[in-house]
Design a protein around this ligand. Sequence first.
Ligand code: MG
Length: 376
Amino acid sequence: MKIQKIESFVVQQTLEESFSFSQWEYQSRSICLVKVTLENGLYGWGEGYGPSGLVKAGIDFFRPFLLGQNALETENLWEIMYRHSLDYARRGVMLASLSAIDVALWDLKGKLLDCSVSVLLGGRKREEVQAYATGLYFTEGNGLAKRLSDEAQKYREQGFHAVKMKVGLSIQQDIQNVQAVRESLGEDIHLMVDANHAYSFTEACQLARELERFNISWFEEPVSPENYNDYAELRLRTSIPIAGGECEYLRNGFLTLFQSRSVDIAQPDICAAGGITEVKKIADMAKTFGVQIVPHTWGTGIAIAAALQLAGNIEIGPGRLFAPDALIELDQTENLLRDELTQPCFKPQNGKLQIPNAPGLGVDVDKKLLEHFLSE
Ligand code: MG
C-alpha cells in the first residue's frame, strides 16, 4: 500500500462572462488537483481550495515526507504533514495543499477497502443530500435586480429548495436585489445572503435589520472573519441566523468560532480546512456546540464528492423523527471544470444530490479532459 507518486495538476478555464462579488471579479477558474498513486497502480484524487499555484507549491513541499508511506494510515500521514507545516502555516493555503492530499488518501483508502468514504467515516446516515444553489453574483450594466430575478427563477424551475445570493454592493442596492430575488422565488424557497465580509459591524446590523422582512435563512460572512466578537454580537441583534467559516482552518480555528458563539451555521471547506480527516472532527465538535455544518464547496466534482461523502455521514443535530436534510453548497456559476472534468457529473434532481456508492469518493477524472484543461 506504499505511496509511489504524488502528482499535481493545475486546470484552468477562461470564463465567457466574468462575474463579481463584494471582493473581486472572476474572469477565469483555476484549480489545483492532486493524484496520489500506489505501487500497485491504484490512485486517488484530491483538490485544494485556494490560489492554484500556491496549492501546487504546498503539494511539492509535502511530497517527500509521504512517498513510500502506507496510504491507509490517513491519520498518521495527516499528522506528518501538519507537523511539517505548523511553524509556517497554522492557517491558509498550505492547509489547502494538506487538504488536497488528505482527500486523495481517503479516496484511495475507500478503493483499497472497497467502500465509499461515507461508510469509512462510520456509516451512511442518508443516501442523498440537499444542495443549495450558489449564484446570483454581480454583473456589469444596468438592470442587475431584473437579471438576478430571472436567474432566481431558473433555480426555482430546476427544483432547488434553497438558493444563496451575493450582497455587499451597498446597503440600498442589496435591499433592492434581495427584494427582487425573494419576489421571484416566492416564499417557499429558502433564501440565504452572503456578504463575503464586505461590511463593518454597524453596516451589517443595519442590513440584517432591513433584510429580516424577506425571510432570510442565513446571513453569511457579514463582517471580517477575524472579528469573532462582531459575529457574536450581530447574532444577538438579528433574528437571521449567522453563517461563516469558509476562511477558517483546522479544529483550533473552528473551536474559536464555536466558543465565541459566532455562528449558527459553520461552513468548513473540506479542500482547505484540513481535509476529510480534520473536517470530520470539526463536524463532531460542531455538534457539541449545537452548530449546524454545511460544507462550503467551490471546485470540481472531486470537491463536491468529498462534501457529499462527509454530509452522508455527519449527524444533523439535535435529532428528531422528521429531521432536516443534510445540506451542501452547489456553485452554479460558469465552470466547465466542475461540469466536464469528472465523472459522474453532479446534477441535482429535485434539489438533491445522490451520494456516490462507488469505492472512495466515487468520482474519477477524465484523462483527455484533464489534458485539455491543463494550464501551460
Ligand atoms: Mg461564502
